[in-house]
Design a protein around this ligand. Sequence first.
Ligand code: C2O
Length: 571
Amino acid sequence: MANLAILFLLFSSLVSSLHAANAKKHWPAGGSTRFYDFKVQTLRVTKLCNIKDIVTINNMFPGPVVYAQEDDRIIVKVTNETPHNVTIHWHGVRQRLSCWFDGPSYITQCPIQAGQSFTYEFTMVKQKGTFFWHAHVSWLRATVYGALIVYPKTGVPYPFKYPYEEHIVILGEYWLKDVVRLEKQVLASGGGPPPADAFTINGHPGPKYNCSSNDVYKIDVVPGKTYMLRLINAGLNMENFFAIANHKMTVVEADAEYTKPFTTDRVMLGPGQTINVLVTADQPIGKYSMAMGPYMSAQNVPFQNISSVAYFNYLGTVLNSISLQAKLPTFNDNFAVKTVMDGLRSLDQVNVPKEIDMTLFVTVGLNVNKCKSKTPQQNCQGPNNGTFAASMNNFTFVKPPISVLEAYYKNIEGQFTEDFPGAPLQFYDFVNGAPNNAPNNTQALNGTRTKVIEYGSKVQIIFQDTGTVSTENHPIHLHGYSFYVVGFGNGNFNPQTANFNLVDPPYMNTIGVPVGGWAAIRFVADNPGVWFMHCHLDVHQSWGLSAVLIVKNGVGELETLPHPPADLPRC
Ligand code: C2O
């Protein structure tokens, strides 16, 4: 009898620890758990004198802020009350051993269908700073986004003087059309997307747009105090400059990692990037514009040119006083972008991998495929009567019908291949053209190609912009990792002349590959899973500017991806 009881005790504790194992084993001791309930809901809003239903979380636009501290566990139950497929991605969260909760549709999960729910669970292992979450399916990110703010552990200060207040400033783009339908229409047309109907700051277009003089975001500031703005670019298809009239900004964090303080008149954020800046209210009392405008580095692309304006408003300002205008760089000021990038340095010396196990050379750019439609007028509106596509190493990524992670984990055949090339099939003058350019050949190949990486490999990736259609700055984002941006430059990458910073490069998750140039990143592949790597301009993603890295398990539980959660959505 006694033996039986002991056996039972042993067994039941085994069962419960097995249950908790996935969740808790790798969860740093001392962290709290933060629960959030996300209801995906349709909200009727009036903007720009137009009434429209938008998809939101909890009827909020922008969505609710998720707060946590470093090493906390975050649990978010997402329930879909709309007819659209949804997933949520936690942008910048490295998802240590929790790839199942990363969120990109058809990469790590099938979408949460109408009426269904899925609970995301992950730990902010050694991560803190400004993150954001967003829908990662169709173009729903246009309205389904919000901030994820992770504070240092209790008692751990910022490496700079504590700001008097902090404010979240999310840059976005707003369409009057239904964005799910818009993506389908754009893809069916073969041509480019229409520009957004407005840029927005925290959901507000600001006074330069029709019917929007009261649809403005505003921060009231006390003269003499210093404010921290947590800038997040959640926009869909544009990169943006941000500036404040008569005020300098000091960058102290980029992509949720501290940087050496760097003072500037403007910053540029591509979609997917976050930057924290300190701003001191040291100017005469007044109302100052904070403005967001376009950075468009490609040729012949129509874009929204009206800036979104918010106010940095001193207490004591006379009501209705005129605001001072912010000076934004012109839309194609590549030099302004370079200055910001040059200024980004990790706060401390960092441990950059010096010996490299695997180098990938990845071209990024657009393509034009030959028209295959019987109704070219409708479906082949791209350049030279073709259809727009995009690619990495000239392969257009095609999402499979089930998630790559599920297919990989369960050995389901035929969903993807493991032959994403480590270099383009042809080397040529990528920036200035021929042979992979008009009028020669602008065609891309299709495939669901992945690159398999051994656990623990020290990886270097050189991203090379191409001019197949037009050279352009692409914000390339890697899931599951942050990486050191060890170098970037103009023209074709040349290992002989490339200058690498192996001392204090910034540690980022999204890198704007310079227009007509290249960028080099390094990281240690120590997080097993299936990780999406893509351009964060959604239209480029829709056109296939992406690839998938599969990082194999290492040895033992601390290097092995746990089982999928029981409620993982089915396709
Ligand atoms: Cu913020 Cu794959 O995205």
